[in-house]
Design a protein around this ligand. Sequence first.
Ligand code: F6P
Length: 359
Amino acid sequence: MIRRIGILTSGGDCAGLNAVIRAVVHSAHRKGWETIGILDGTAGLLYDPPQVRSLHPNDFDGNVLRQGGTILGTTNRGNPFSFPMPDGSTKDRSGEIVDSFHKLGLDAVVGIGGDGSFAILSKLTKQGGINMVGIPKTIDNDIGQTETSVGFDTAVSVATEALDRLQPTAASHDRVMVLEVMGRDAGHIALNSGIAGGADVILIPEIKYDLQKIAAKIQRVKDSGRNFALVVVSEAIKTETGEKFEMTYHGGERRYGGIGQYIASRIADLTNSETRVTVLGHVQRGSPPTYNDRLLATAFGVKAVELIDQGKFNRMVAWQKRQIVDVAIEDAIAAYQQVDLTDTLVQTARALGICLGDE
Ligand code: F6P
């Protein structure tokens, strides 16, 4: 019998996480269950006592639905199976997390995460015999078995709006504007926002580009009498010679970043154009969720509670063919979802004459 469920957000934040939490809390309480929020993802379970807060429907008056970020906090560092220790070594701290789950007396856990978080959570919950249901969230939209994830729609909207804002200034100054967007190793944000925002060139990690082809496209734009061009670059594309562009942050954490500048200078050299670069970064994650993300988050939250009620665990809720369904978490983790080159949107871009770097 279910009495108490724990909720945690894990991995990078995105818009819509609070909407998911709200939906889980409201629908769980309608079944008479208690809900507890675990703070900072699995990091909150490394404390004794575990870092938690109680979650009551009264805390969710509708305001939280609109807020970006996660009221529970999250982390995308510190895999508990090889946790980085202050002396530079790593330690398996999974046992502490499993103990904390048990101390909290949880009958089930709702994990809101991406593929990396699900891999960790599913290993932990199996190790501890804990019932878990996953809800997919990521701006990258790279989780398999679901057509979309919470946060993706908002990130695409932000990137599209950035193109809307770049176009007039590009036209005023006769410039080629390069917009670098996130997405890790999947080009979904670039492809979707590029088409929606009227880009001339969209570069994604799934398609190897040729700078001469990009330069030829910019030249065609100029020859047509247009004085500006918009280029969207996904953060994980490589240089012509195959090097990644990464930044190193505190603690040696490496993240993609900076390839937009490289592409802009190469375009400037090859086409004799004035170029400027905008790196959109975390702006794609922090805004209020779009209505699509609010709906998806809410329906996912309700479905997760329904699965717990039915005793269906190690499942991830998913969006397929206009419906919420559930799939095995292992299958979702195994099916990492990059842009499929036969995808309708790839064909759409090509049919419009948008240069994807290869032709
Ligand atoms: O996975 C989400 C994401 O925003 C990626 O698109 C990006 O590469 C990465 O996280 C940035 O991570 P961080 O928030 O640690 O800088």
